[in-house]
Design a protein around this ligand. Structure first.
Ligand SMILES: [Zn+2]
Length: 373
């Protein structure tokens, strides 16, 4: 038995351009990367409808809150169970589905034999009130829990704007074009153009908000029957939100930071130590490199030294000192790399501290010394 195929429901063609405009309005990142397209085909006349098909349909990155209603009045237990699986995405990204009886944005029908489908992301804004934006065929409480995971989370992914993972190039290349057109024409009633758009046009990686590699275990990778595959191997598709789905969803819809009053200044695993004094911030790498922050996050670090022997830095006011693993002690005089003046050279020195205009060192014998200039 073949895995039932999900279709991303497409708006009627006369709405494509308007819907692309809606999508770009809701989230400017949805607009296709024209420069990349032109790089592939510099002389091509790119028709507005073609552009519309390349437009992503994600909601805004500031978070998604969509109201949900049911068109056939299912029992409360089924409504709650469906909602809970829609909100499974909320564990990984800033989205929320809330049931309402009044003008719901996501409208779920359970029309038997109409299959599993959803419109994609912001396209649901172009569906007339009272019409479904998602169909769950004949879903009931008797469906196995695994189908709630596989189907409801998948269709909800479409509502969030995630396309089919099987549209990735490495999967599309395995599909037999003629067989696919014939198959989807007979099973879905799609025109050739719709089959090409839904199944046979790889999402252009250059113009894509997407993970780096196609993920055949993605919840958004639905089944494709063996009969339309060149290698006669079906694409089984994912059964639940996997780690790559979760990671990607969190980049499209980032969780709000509960502590927003922190600004990231650097992100380098080599950083072994930070010190601050006199309004200056320094870091030391485990490679011995010393850097001072000059005011621009990430890129605004000025290297002051690059010596693998450096094992400690201390600062006092505008003075910066370093100690080598040889015990040697140096003070910085203002010129990166060359502007270090050696103050001591005793292998017994294992620690330095500086405060109040004074520099101290401790020897492994316990002896303590102050620098007198
Ligand atoms: Zn689907």
């Amino acid at each position: 038995m073949e895995t039932p195929v999900c279709a991303i429901k497409m708006l009627p063609k006369e709405l494509w351009i308007e819907a692309a405009s809606t999508a770009a309005g809701v989230n400017p990142a949805n607009a296709p990367a024209l420069q990349a397209l032109r790089a592939f085909a510099p002389d091509a006349d790119i028709e507005p409808e073609h552009l519309a098909l390349l437009t992503s349909k994600y909601w805004g990155s500031g978070g998604v809150r969509l109201t949900v209603g049911f068109l056939d009045n299912p029992a409360a237990d089924l409504r709650a169970r469906l909602l809970s699986h829609m909100n499974a995405w909320a564990a990984y990204c800033n989205v929320q589905f809330v049931e309402t009886a009044t003008d719901p944005q996501v409208r779920i029908a359970r029309t038997a034999n109409d299959g599993y489908w959803s419109y994609l992301g912001t396209d649901i804004l172009h569906i007339a009130a009272g019409q479904p934006t998602m169909n769950l065929d004949n879903f009931t409480m008797n469906m196995p829990e695994s189908e709630f995971h596989r189907v409801v989370r998948h269709e909800t992914g479409h509502t969030l704007g995630f396309p089919h993972e099987h549209m990735r190039e490495d999967i599309v290349n395995r599909i037999n074009r003629a067989k696919a057109i014939q198959y989807f024409q007979s099973t879905q009633g799609w025109s050739e153009q719709e089959v090409v758009a839904q199944v046979l046009t790889p999402l252009p990686n250059s113009a894509l908000i997407a993970t780096a590699q196609a993920d055949p275990d993605s919840i958004m990778c639905y089944g494709l029957p063996a009969s339309i595959m060149n290698d006669n191997v079906p694409v089984n598709g994912g059964t639940d939100i996997d780690a790559q789905d979760a990671q990607f969803a969190s980049t499209v819809y980032p969780m709000l930071n509960p502590f927003p009053n922190w600004l990231e200044l650097d992100d380098n695993p080599a950083t072994a130590d930070i010190i601050a004094s006199g309004g200056n911030l320094y870091q030391r790498h485990d490679s011995g490199r010393i850097w001072v922050y000059t005011g621009t996050p990430h890129t605004g670090w000025l290297e002051l030294d690059d010596n693998p022997a450096t094992v400690q830095i201390v600062a006092d006011g505008n003075a910066l000192y370093q100690r080598h693993n040889s015990g040697r002690i140096w003070v910085y005089t203002g010129t990166p790399h060359t502007g270090w003046l050696q103050l001591d050279g005793n292998a017994a020195s294992v620690d330095i501290v500086a405060a109040g205009g004074h520099l101290y060192q401790r020897h492994d014998s316990g002896r303590i010394w102050v620098y007198t200039g």
